[in-house]
Write a protein that binds this ligand. Sequence first.
Ligand SMILES: NC(=O)c1ccc[n+]([C@@H]2O[C@H](COP(=O)([O-])OP(=O)(O)OC[C@H]3O[C@@H](n4cnc5c(N)ncnc54)[C@H](O)[C@@H]3O)[C@@H](O)[C@H]2O)c1
Ligand SMILES: N[C@@H](CCO)C(=O)O
Ligand code: NA
Length: 449
Amino acid sequence: MTKPVRLALLGCGTVGAEVVRLLREQAPDLTARVGAPLELAGIAVRRLGRDRGGVPVDPALFTTDALGLVKRDDVDLVIEVVGGIEPARGWLVEALRAGKSVVTANKALLAEDGGTLHDAAAEGGADLYYEAAVAGAIPLLRPLRESLHGDTITRVTGIVNGTTNFILSAMDATGAGFTEALDEATELGYAEADPTADVEGFDAAAKAAILASLAFHTRVTAADVHREGITEVTAADMASAKAMGCTIKLLCIASRGPDSAGTESVSVRVHPAMIPVSHPLASVGDAFNAVFVEAAAAGELMFYGRGAGGAPTASAVLGDIVGAARNHLAGVRAPSESAYAALPIRPMGEAVTRYHISLDVADRPGVLAAVAGVFARHDVSIATVRQAAAPAGPADGATGPAARGGDAILVIVTHAAPDAALAATVEELRRLDIVRSIASVLRVEGGAR
Ligand SMILES: NC(=O)c1ccc[n+]([C@@H]2O[C@H](COP(=O)([O-])OP(=O)(O)OC[C@H]3O[C@@H](n4cnc5c(N)ncnc54)[C@H](O)[C@@H]3O)[C@@H](O)[C@H]2O)c1
Ligand SMILES: N[C@@H](CCO)C(=O)O
Ligand code: NA
């Protein structure tokens, strides 16, 4: 019998426990696929003695000394499902420099400082696999890293955060506000106790950085990603979107193209956006993820599936373990980091976007011309304008800010323009006396009119 491939598992929470279960339940098949048994050498956890939901292993395998486990001579591969920057970075650098391949689901670390891990992998001649880090179970990074390596990817547009997609889908379906939909997501176990990383877009921004790095052969970090979350998306925004045949999704958009000076560059952003209901990403509901890839020769490709949860994420981890174990036995390496293009990052102000702006204005002659003048001054072209009467104001004689008789709602959708010009347009509109309030400002993507 071939010598087993010995694994150090760092972390035994939601994902780690499922990795252990799958390793055990599928042991005969995994042995056949790898060409040797996969054997757990140890499992590092923060605290010993916790009930691990019936994780089917010898309790003697658990340790609180993750670094000690990584350094052991009988460990061939290191599987990291703890998360966070430190101490995970230290463990993984130690493993990689010692020639032990790493499988990790740690998007935060890869997005913050993936370069350090890739450098350590190159130094130690080890593999660094991280399919689970973006869009969980969906095979996405390997297609970008291998299958599409003969093509030129021009744009990646994705829904890569399940929690926010669940919230926005609920807001679309029921008309609920953000807080109400977040409460439902928490009750159903989709949102974490502290949902900040999800609802403020940090989780999606980390994934966007990883996707952009792979798609454009360029190191992109979380700090390079323009990030806006969904906490300010209101029920009124969703209603405006629906009135236009659209819905609102938290999108990650990574694209390459020339900047204003003509230099080929990369733009990476995460923000809520209106997309038409006919767009393939509009029908991605619930906590599902989907990523739309555009490549010069391949055309349009769509990847869809479960982006989170213990078992789906563990599926991606197991696929990577099999790959790393095979390479270990064969004495070969997976494709290493490809960052040769080293394209510059374009600032958000230069990203070309479209805006949907809903304004509450005084309904009197010259107002439309004044509003249009602001757009013209910033060289922003208007695509469509709709005017509707504002909801009925208070009874005659009422005073104060609620007295809005004679107002109109203007809904303006622009043509594509640099984001800085659009933002400056909104700022100037805010200062106009005839604009009572700006009810909603949303970016528009994917052909919506
Ligand atoms: N849960 C998901 O759906 C999902 C999906 C994709 C990626 N991920 C990523 O997978 C990783 C793990 O996520 P999770 O949901 O399983 O987290 P979790 O909190 O359920 O589990 C974390 C585990 O790490 C252990 N741990 C924490 N600090 C430690 C330390 N200092 N030493 C040793 N062990 C320590 C904990 O004991 C626990 O077993 C994260 O990087 C996360 O971003 C999770
Ligand atoms: N919190 C993440 C988990 C998967 O990375 C999500 O909601 O998609
Ligand atoms: Na994946």
